[in-house]
Design a protein around this ligand. Sequence first.
Ligand SMILES: NC(=O)c1ccc[n+]([C@@H]2O[C@H](COP(=O)([O-])OP(=O)(O)OC[C@H]3O[C@@H](n4cnc5c(N)ncnc54)[C@H](OP(=O)(O)O)[C@@H]3O)[C@@H](O)[C@H]2O)c1
Length: 266
Amino acid sequence: MAKVILITGASAGIGQACADRLHAHGWSVIGASRRGSSSAAWTPMEMDVDSDESVLKGVTTIVEEHSRLDAVVACAGWGLAGPVELTPISEAKHQLETNFWGAVRVVQAALPVMRRQGGGRVVLISSIGGIVGIPFQAFYSASKFAMEGYGEALAYEVAPYGIEVTLVEPGNVRTDFTSSRRDVDCSGADETYSAAVTKAVGLMEKDEANGVDPSDVAAVVDKVLRAGKPRRRVSVGKLDERVGILGKRLLPYRLFEKGAKSSLGV
Ligand SMILES: NC(=O)c1ccc[n+]([C@@H]2O[C@H](COP(=O)([O-])OP(=O)(O)OC[C@H]3O[C@@H](n4cnc5c(N)ncnc54)[C@H](OP(=O)(O)O)[C@@H]3O)[C@@H](O)[C@H]2O)c1
């Protein structure tokens, strides 16, 4: 019997690449997003991860129809750009509502099923921005730093039930993420801020356009799901990005910060 996987954010980009690849490799894939998707291959599902009700309804439907849920990939997300000082709290909260709380909702709905089955896999799509604070995308970074701490703690809690948790940390990836990024209203902002936002976010957009293909991230997710003992954290991206992650972990912070500035466009 095919293993059953729920992937959120499956209507585009990384989630869609994961859904396509895992379907091709024999998984029974339910791909969730707000717009649903017209995939002829895997099963699309309308789900808004910002809503408790929508997530619970989706997971309940999966369990009713398939009687099990072997893995979840929490991938739904979007980006918010602008200076911290000018970001309305409501927009900052919305960023965490999807990127962090959305993943929390999906995992919380899936865990009882996985525990009853005696095992399961949780893959959280984090980001290099969950390891390195990204200037003018502070709330995006905050949402992914939150995910990193959550995933790390969760792994200890669910290990006795045979549930494995992995944080996948992509660098820049060529997807709709760039065009979907929302900008904080900077009209009337101090000129230093405006110029700095334009420079830093412009550089990131360029890096994303030259980033890896979403299928590269899907290949890593596939490998994680096949592994008997998956890694807790896996980074995926260009060499300089992976070196950057390593640098953040190994170097004295001030030294890392000095080196990181130019690649962050500040
Ligand atoms: N692209 C990058 O450079 C990059 C780098 C590191 C990490 N990531 C992470 O990778 C994940 C996927 O991003 P992507 O690059 O694939 O972006 P994308 O192409 O824009 O896809 C985002 C997906 O998330 C879904 N989504 C957004 N809000 C949602 C909500 N409230 N409920 C359900 N689904 C929602 C979208 O579908 P609907 O609009 O139909 O709901 C879409 O399927 C994100 O968590 C992102 O932070 C991306």
